[in-house]
Design a protein around this ligand. Structure first.
Ligand SMILES: NC(=O)c1ccc[n+]([C@@H]2O[C@H](COP(=O)([O-])OP(=O)(O)OC[C@H]3O[C@@H](n4cnc5c(N)ncnc54)[C@H](OP(=O)(O)O)[C@@H]3O)[C@@H](O)[C@H]2O)c1
Length: 283
């Protein structure tokens, strides 16, 4: 399962609320289709020792995540399930409550462990109401923690102005080729823990020449270096794979060690490479 870290929500008086423990390493299921692929990936991962799964309403595979949980026979209390409010569904207070209920129904769960706004709502005028809805979900136990995704420093500053509970995580694209020190600093300063999505740059960089030769030298795989770098930085890290062998390979990255010398080399891989979308720069 790997390390466990704590997340919490900053209160207006600077305190912490609703602190919970999170398995720092998990399985992402973006682009794992609901034709059995997602379910198999989750079952392989759970059998291998993963305890955290990151899905989203927009991935259209929450049902299969739920089926895998059920079939695994693992007690609910040992699992950590994250899902997200679709950006286009982030329309207001009531809508936020309803969309969470829909996700819970699909997952077959009474509560999720972490509920995220997938990206800053495009309509600025609803942002406060959406967050009020998120806070209500936290207070009523529909989720054990709330957070955001794809928030830039200005979005985090804005949300802290009106939140009763600040976001516990900011899920953002982070990897060797997009190290984002300024955004990580802003995230930590807001009281949130960075959650690294696309830690393999969506697979677009695992064949990178430099990384390949480094991995040969270290006797590990390129993906393992990329994942362990995120873990060592303290980010919640959720690589996706639908392949049983790679699911295990990725978990085994937790056992490798990256020396100080290697980390200095890896620091130079940063090239501001966005592999997907980048709503952190939106208004
Ligand atoms: N909040 C957001 O906006 C957002 C955006 C993107 C992603 N996410 C979350 O973050 C998770 C991870 O990000 P991601 O899916 O975009 O990309 P990723 O984890 O960086 O990369 C996944 C890709 O890498 C391949 N791969 C996995 N393990 C590998 C290995 N050991 N060696 C070589 N290739 C490997 C996968 O193929 P196979 O499946 O064939 O192994 C897949 O094509 C998502 O699944 C999702 O849960 C969130």
């Amino acid at each position: 399962m790997g390390p466990i870290i704590e997340i919490s929500h900053r209160t207006a008086d600077g305190g912490k609320s609703h602190s919970i423990k999170v398995p720092q390493f998990g399985l992402g299921v973006f682009l794992a289709p609901a034709d059995g692929t997602c379910k198999n990936a989750c079952i392989w991962a759970l059998n291998a020792g993963y305890r955290h799964i990151d899905t989203a309403a927009v991935y259209r595979n929450e049902e299969e995540v739920g089926q895998a949980i059920l079939e695994s026979g693992i007690p609910r209390s040992e699992l950590f399930i994250t899902t997200k409010l679709r950006r286009t569904d982030a329309l207001g207070y009531q809508e936020t409550l309803e969309r969470c209920d829909e996700s819970l129904n699909k997952l077959g769960l009474d509560f999720v462990d972490l509920y995220l706004i997938h990206a800053p709502p495009e309509d600025l005028s609803v942002r406060k109401d959406v967050w009020r809805g998120m806070e209500k979900l936290l207070e009523t136990g529909k989720t054990r923690a709330i957070g955001v995704s794809n928030y830039g420093p200005h979005h985090l500053e804005e949300i802290l102005q009106y939140s009763k509970y600040g976001p516990s995580v900011n899920q953002i694209e982070i990897h060797l080729w997009l190290q984002r020190p300024y955004l990580i600093k802003a995230t930590r300063e807001s009281g949130a823990v960075p959650m690294a999505y696309s830690p393999l740059a969506r697979g677009q960089k695992v064949n990178d020449e430099k990384l390949h030769s480094l991995s040969k030298k270290l006797g590990v795989t390129p993906a393992q270096i990329a994942i362990k770098w995120c873990m060592d930085k303290g980010f919640i890290t959720i690589p996706k794979s639908s392949n049983q062998k790679r699911i295990i390979e990725n978990l085994e990255s937790l056992n490798i060690e990256l020396s100080e010398e290697t980390n200095l080399i890896l620091q130079d891989y940063d090239e501001d490479y966005i592999s997907g979308w980048n709503p952190t720069v939106d208004l």
